[in-house]
Design a protein around this ligand. Structure first.
Ligand SMILES: Cc1cc2nc3c(=O)[nH]c(=O)nc-3n(C[C@H](O)[C@H](O)[C@H](O)COP(=O)(O)OP(=O)(O)OC[C@H]3O[C@@H](n4cnc5c(N)ncnc54)[C@H](O)[C@@H]3O)c2cc1C
Length: 384
């Protein structure tokens, strides 16, 4: 049985300077009315103009080389940027996924031409990516993917459907997990590959799906005889399963897994200043103790990623605990607000809490369900 690793990260004054720069920028943008803070902002709140400003500031593409438009910084500096933008509920959804997982994937598997063309545009906050994993019938059981890529002269022909593709309607590319050859008997992990698809190509149809809050931030994406060139195959043909597993560790471990509802908590704290009953102090203490612990675990994972380690199980644990905390945070804020008559709530409080409640249910699904996270953790502990 392997032990979990969550290395402690020591405070670094240089990182705190970066944090202050971000806080100043975000405060000014909010005061100028350039964004209204929202819970789940990395998933459901997108503004290409805001992404471009983040790019101009050098806050996208922090970890990759300046040769490809990046900024030669560390995973820990990137962590500060993600933490502060989430805390502020800023509209970072457009660039979030490309910066988090597809740029590192292109760095590892892309051709030199792709790196020189696409990475600088991602770092400038002007090129967005969608994740093409789920299909009807292939969610938790991801190996059941049926969308096919067939080899044709100089490329691949793609047919099938993806679902729940966050941000596909504003994205330039999707990286999709596709079946490129049949499964080997019961081993369905073979024959899957990752292919980058330009979403403006003929044969691609994107249809929005509306969530409980009335927003349409995810989509169904259909492919009908879509032809992509050979070099859109990312990594090894048939090696898609292994690649996706590594990518999911990056996807599951970040602060977006426990800070998505922080803005709801912070707004409530301003509302309740001097008006809180003694019950509320205990509730708040519990939330902040949990936040602090999860932050330490998530920082530890950023540190492992910085060392080139892919901590799949630790990431599953952070996602499971973090999702529970995010949902609990919204529920606890509702309870805390019992200390204040509804007519005294600010419009901002009402707006943020409404959005937070309506966007909470998917937290335990997106990026892998709670049950699946617990299965991964149990396997690591030798319990399955
Ligand atoms: C807001 C949001 C955004 C998303 N964005 C994207 C995206 O950008 N790209 C993308 O590809 N996908 C995306 N998804 C899809 C997401 O990854 C899937 O919803 C998730 O993997 C679950 O798959 P499913 O919906 O098919 O549910 P199912 O897999 O059908 O699960 C249904 C229920 O059965 C349980 N279950 C299933 N298998 C097991 C098991 N082995 N053991 C115990 N319980 C089990 C699940 O925990 C769940 O409760 C998004 C989803 C949401 C809600």
């Amino acid at each position: 049985m392997q032990r979990f690793q969550f290395p402690v990260v020591q405070p670094d004054p240089a990182l705190e300077e970066l944090r202050e720069d971000l806080q100043t920028f975000l405060k000014a943008e909010r005061a100028a009315g350039n964004f209204q803070p929202e819970p789940e902002c990395w998933m459901a709140s997108s503004d290409p103009a805001f992404s471009k400003k983040m790019g101009d500031k050098g806050w996208i593409g922090l970890t990759w080389s300046s040769q490809y438009g990046g900024h030669d910084k560390t995973a820990l500096e990137r962590y500060i940027v993600t933490e502060e933008t989430l805390r502020a509920g800023a509209p970072v959804g457009a660039h979030w996924i490309a910066d988090r997982q597809h740029a590192p994937m292109l760095l590892e598997h892309g051709t030199e031409d792709q790196k020189l063309d696409i990475l600088p545009r991602i770092a400038a906050g002007q090129c967005y990516f969608a994740i093409g994993l789920s299909e009807p019938g292939a969610g938790s059981d991801l190996a059941n993917v049926k969308t096919k890529a067939e080899k044709v002269d100089n490329g691949w022909k793609i047919n099938g459907q993806k679902i729940w593709s966050s941000g596909a309607h504003i994205s330039h590319y999707m990286v999709a997990l596709l079946r490129t050859s049949p499964a080997d008997g019961r081993n369905r992990h073979v024959g899957l590959s990752q292919i980058m698809i330009d979403l403006s190509l003929p044969g691609v149809t994107i249809k929005p799906i509306t969530d409980l809050s009335g927003d349409a931030h995810f989509n169904e994406v259909y492919f009908e005889d879509v032809i992509v060139p050979d070099d859109c195959l990312l990594g090894a043909e048939g090696g898609g399963w292994k690649q996706v597993t590594g990518e999911l560790a990056m996807e599951r471990s970040g602060p977006e897994r426990f800070l998505s509802s922080y803005i709801t908590l912070e707004t409530a704290l301003y509302q309740l200043q001097g008006k809180m009953g003694s019950d509320s102090h205990g509730r708040l203490g519990k939330i902040f103790a949990n936040l602090r612990t999860l932050r330490g675990m998530s920082w530890g994972i950023a540190n492992l990623l910085h060392q080139g380690i892919s901590p799949e199980t630790e990431a599953a644990l952070v996602k499971d605990l973090g999702n529970r905390l995010e949902n609990d945070c919204t529920l606890q804020v509702r309870a805390l607000l019992n200390d204040l008559p509804v007519k005294e709530w600010s419009d901002e409080m009402r707006r943020i809490l409404n959005i937070g409640i309506l966007r909470s249910p998917p937290n335990t699904l997106r990026g892998g369900t709670t049950e699946v996270m617990r299965g991964i953790t149990a396997r690591q502990l030798g319990l399955r």
